[in-house]
Design a protein around this ligand. Structure first.
Ligand SMILES: [Fe+2]
Ligand SMILES: [Fe+2]
Length: 313
């Protein structure tokens, strides 16, 4: 075939959003948008290369959500799958299919396709978190739909802590797959630090990489989204590689830089950035004393399912 490029091409551009700007926009949104009038209060990050599609990438969306003390974001469900990575606040909760998931910084909460979810903040502090969705992908497939729950809040039937207790630390038998929504930071941190304690666990491209696997299947976090954490020890620098999946990063801790193609993006806690497909990239921790931890989400499961995933160094 003539006229095809020698490698995949994308309009998605490497870009970075500073946390101070995002946070300021969120607080401003808190002054002008009420959750009585509006389904959700979010600030969505838009890639400068995607003029006609207001998303961070062609497959995944990142936005940040703000729920004030005493507020509730009403219950609904939709075909786009979503995840929440908690950034700031303590003690609010997301209810997923009747399961109460109390939100603390570093927690990852899943709301898979068509799961009912609502968010309530009964604490006294603002609650801010990252929302990741496969909305652009589901839009491209013409599958977007949403339904409202009959009540504003779902009745709470159980607590994610009790479900996880039942799951146990090793292989989790006897708990329906449909019941697992919540990765607590205290468990994740323990696993990540244990991994970082063994030099053999270091990946030359990703540092100490901990993927959020489905505890029952061992498969990706959700059908369309792979979430991961990367720990870069003080002063660490990774080697460059590229792949056909696209990643969105959020800096959970630390400061450093990521070289993406010809450009270097300096980051610190709270910043978010996009590594588009097939751009060579490498990360470095610019601190000589503190570790850096990056949260990421990627469309790799989709590329793998379609036999389009490739990577090279
Ligand atoms: Fe939603
Ligand atoms: Fe990568």
């Amino acid at each position: 075939m003539e006229g095809l490029p020698p490698h995949p091409m994308t309009a998605v551009e490497p870009c970075l959003w500073k946390w101070a700007d995002v946070r300021e926009s969120l607080l401003r949104a808190g002054e002008v948008i009420s959750l009585e009038q509006s389904e959700r209060r979010v600030v969505r990050l838009v890639n400068p290369g995607l003029n006609d599609r207001p998303f961070a990438t062609h497959t995944l969306q990142i936005s940040f959500q703000y729920v004030k003390p005493g507020e509730n974001a009403r219950a609904h469900r939709h075909t786009p799958a979503a995840l929440r990575f908690v950034v700031e606040g303590n003690g609010a909760y997301t209810t997923v299919n009747g399961q109460k998931c109390v939100m603390e910084p570093g927690d990852l909460i899943l709301t898979p396709k068509l799961s009912w979810h609502d968010h309530s903040n009964d604490s006294t502090a603002p609650m801010l978190w990252l929302d990741g969705l496969d909305f652009p992908l589901v839009t491209a497939l013409h599958q977007v739909m949403q339904e409202r729950y009959a009540e504003r809040r779902q009745p709470i039937e159980k607590d994610s802590e009790a479900v996880m207790d039942k799951l146990g630390a090793s292989l989790r038998h006897g708990v329906p797959l449909a019941d697992f929504f919540h990765y607590k930071w205290r468990d994740t941190e323990q696993t990540l630090l244990a991994l970082a304690g063994s030099p053999a666990g270091r990946d030359r491209y990703d540092g100490y990489l901990l993927e959020y696997r489905n505890p029952l299947t061992g498969g990706p976090t959700m059908t369309t989204i792979q979430c991961a954490l990367q720990l870069l020890p003080a002063g660490d620098e990774t080697a460059s590689h590229r792949h056909t999946s696209t990643s969105i990063y959020h800096v959970f801790r630390g400061e450093g830089a990521t070289q993406i193609g010809e450009r270097r993006f300096d980051w610190r806690q709270g910043d978010s950035f996009v590594v588009p497909l097939w751009y060579p990239h490498r990360h470095l921790n610019s601190s000589s004393s503190k570790e850096a931890i990056l949260f990421s989400m990627s469309d790799a499961p989709v590329l793998k399912a379609l036999d389009l995933y490739r990577e090279e160094s």
